[in-house]
Design a protein around this ligand. Structure first.
Ligand code: ATP
Ligand code: MG
Length: 553
């Protein structure tokens, strides 16, 4: 969360300066402008926290604007998921807007530039235009279309709009400077012909504005004061300013910050789409995906993601953030809020030979020992036969093994101290049962035995246990920066990123676990119900382990 002493980031400095000089009458209006061609990811969360955060900080507002100028890749499914994710992160937009709502206005803007002699219709092919554009060190060349008359340009542009020409036959270009050192200023495209159905405007349009023409003009139409985008748009800024100046419209300004890069994952929507379409993952919300919906399904909380965005800050230079930082944010949050439960993931049976058969005692455990009031309690049934973790017993223990081995004593969490007396094995040599006796006056909270034990282990009573499928996740990629390796990024997928434990035993109270709530399985990590969990088949996802298992070697 925001600390009082934190110094202003460079965008806050700009906003404060603008407020103090009264540049926009002290007003702050930002926008978050996703293209609805995929689900939002943690990088978008950074942009969302920045845009909405600035508005909250300075008494302004934020628009949610869908940048839907490319009819081919966009879809309402994406629009809906984006709205859900922004809300879930805890932000409210002032207006839900669509760049496509401005198509009429943008068309008028284009016509007015043609009338000023600042735009022309070009019949060249994409290849010809690219060839005529020159190189950064060599100026571009004009062509015969560049000198068309205003009348001809107006007529041709209207005909483009009216569907007279096939895709690619003509484009509208801004007439700026073919010798500009900035390639984006060498007569950039404003409109192209695309006979495609649009998810909102249907078949009304067969010409669509390019990003550079649509984005700044949409900002100006909405009277956005600070239009924040990522660094790759720095070379587009002169064009952003040029259109606004020539159209003489609201003077929105663009500012750029470094995008979020996170290790062991990919963040481009194109790559995430490939993972989904080629079924490397179980949809956009697969718990291994860096998408907001994936993180939610994994058990991340909105507060942990906002905290992460706050901690990484806003910079002007790109860097790579450690996944471990994101994990430590959710760990810290869940440590404060998760309810404690017992679950045995890799079970082996423990029999308390001196405990009566058929007897049940019911112990009580606090839901959340980190909370002042404990957040209530739940009942823990106890009996002669318990499930414990296989790794909590060793036939031949090393020194300092404080769990079960013949002759060792441990405490059963919230219950008795037991002493290991023996064990049984099957024909293959696998341990099948661990036999213990218990110390009757050693009950937690009322222990008069005077015995000190070094280890405490978790358990679930065999006759009371419920079963669940437990899914353990690891990094989706086995290298830090899969996009920067040789060959296809998918070659670097971690083949062991999902481990399914079909038959874990959980304490009975977990049968009524609350969807979306975090649970700490004592000693095993933080877990949450999966979206496909049902009362008949409970499924838990591990959100994160209790400690970072990936510390640098
Ligand atoms: P991609 O390249 O993955 O398709 P994009 O930038 O095209 O992503 P948009 O939907 O256009 O995705 O992004 C909406 C907003 O989120 C933009 O302002 C963009 O700058 C910002 N954004 C996208 N990715 C990141 C990131 N990794 N870090 C910070 N901001 C990001
Ligand atoms: Mg984009």
């Amino acid at each position: 969360m925001m600390s009082e002493e934190r110094s202003l980031n460079f965008i806050e400095e700009i906003v404060e300066e603008d407020i103090s000089t009264g540049k926009y009458g002290g007003r702050v209006l930002t926008r978050f402008p996703p293209e609805p061609n995929g689900y939002l990811h943690i990088g978008h969360a950074k942009s969302i926290c920045l845009n909405f955060g600035l508005a909250l900080e300075y008494g302004g507002k934020t628009n949610l604007r869908f940048d839907d100028t490319n009819p081919v890749k966009e879809d309402v499914e994406y629009v809906d998921s984006i709205k859900e994710d922004v809300k879930w992160l805890g932000f409210e937009w002032a207006n839900e807007l669509y760049a496509s709502d401005y198509f009429d206005q943008l068309y008028e803007f284009a016509v007015s530039l043609i009338k000023k002699g600042l735009a022309y219709v070009d019949d060249s092919t994409a290849e010809e235009i690219a060839a005529q554009k020159g190189t950064p060190t060599e100026p571009g060349k004009g062509n015969e279309y560049r000198n068309r008359s205003l009348e001809e340009n107006l007529r041709l542009f209207a005909e483009m709009k009216d569907g007279k020409y096939p895709d690619g036959a003509k484009v509208l270009r801004a007439k700026i400077d073919l010798a500009s050192p900035n390639m984006h200023m060498r007569d950039p495209l404003m409109y192209r012909i695309k006979h495609a159905h649009h998810h909102r405007t249907g078949d009304k349009w067969c010409i669509y504005p390019m990003y550079d023409f649509a984005h700044g003009e949409s900002d100006a139409i909405e009277e956005i004061t600070h239009s924040i985008c990522t660094l790759e748009f720095i070379p587009h800024r002169p064009l952003y300013d040029w259109f606004i100046e020539k159209l003489d419209i609201f003077p929105s300004k663009q500012y750029e910050f470094a995008r979020l890069n996170l290790n062991y994952t990919v963040m481009s929507k194109r790559k995430l789409l490939q993972l989904v379409e080629e079924k490397h993952v179980d949809g956009w919300d697969d718990p291994r995906m860096p998408t907001i919906s994936g993180l939610r399904r994994r058990g991340y909380t909105p507060a942990s993601i906002r905290d992460f965005c706050e901690r990484i800050g806003v910079a002007k230079r790109e860097n790579m953030i450690e996944m471990a930082l994101l994990e430590s944010c959710i760990r810290e949050d869940l440590n404060k809020t998760a309810w404690r439960r017992m679950a045995v993931l890799d079970p082996i049976k423990l029999i308390i030979t001196d405990y009566p058969e058929g007897k049940t005692e019911t112990f009580v455990g606090e839901n959340n020992p980190e909370a002042e009031d404990g957040e209530g309690t739940r009942e823990l049934p106890f009996s002669r036969e318990l499930w414990i973790e296989r790794e909590d017993f060793m036939e031949e223990p090393p020194k300092k093994f404080f769990r079960l081995a013949v002759g060792n004593m441990v405490r059963l969490k919230s219950a008795y101290i037991v002493k290991c007396e023996g064990f049984t094995k099957d024909a293959d040599g696998n341990v099948t049962e661990v036999h213990c006796t218990h110390v009757p006056n050693s009950l937690s909270g009322n222990d008069t035995s005077g015995i000190n034990v070094k280890g405490t282990i978790h358990w679930v009573s065999v006759p009371h246990a419920k079963t669940a499928e437990v899914r353990l996740y690891d990094r989706l990629f086995r290298v830090e920066d899969p996009s920067n390796e040789d060959g296809d990024f998918k070659e670097y997928i971690n083949p062991n990123s999902l481990q399914i434990l079909p038959n874990a035993y959980i304490e009975p109270d977990l049968a009524t676990a609350i969807p979306g709530k975090g649970y700490q399985f004592i000693r095993k990590g933080y877990f949450t119900l999966d979206k496909f969990s049902t009362p008949e088949k409970l499924i838990f996802n591990r959100t994160v382990t209790l400690k970072d298992g990936w510390v640098k070697k």
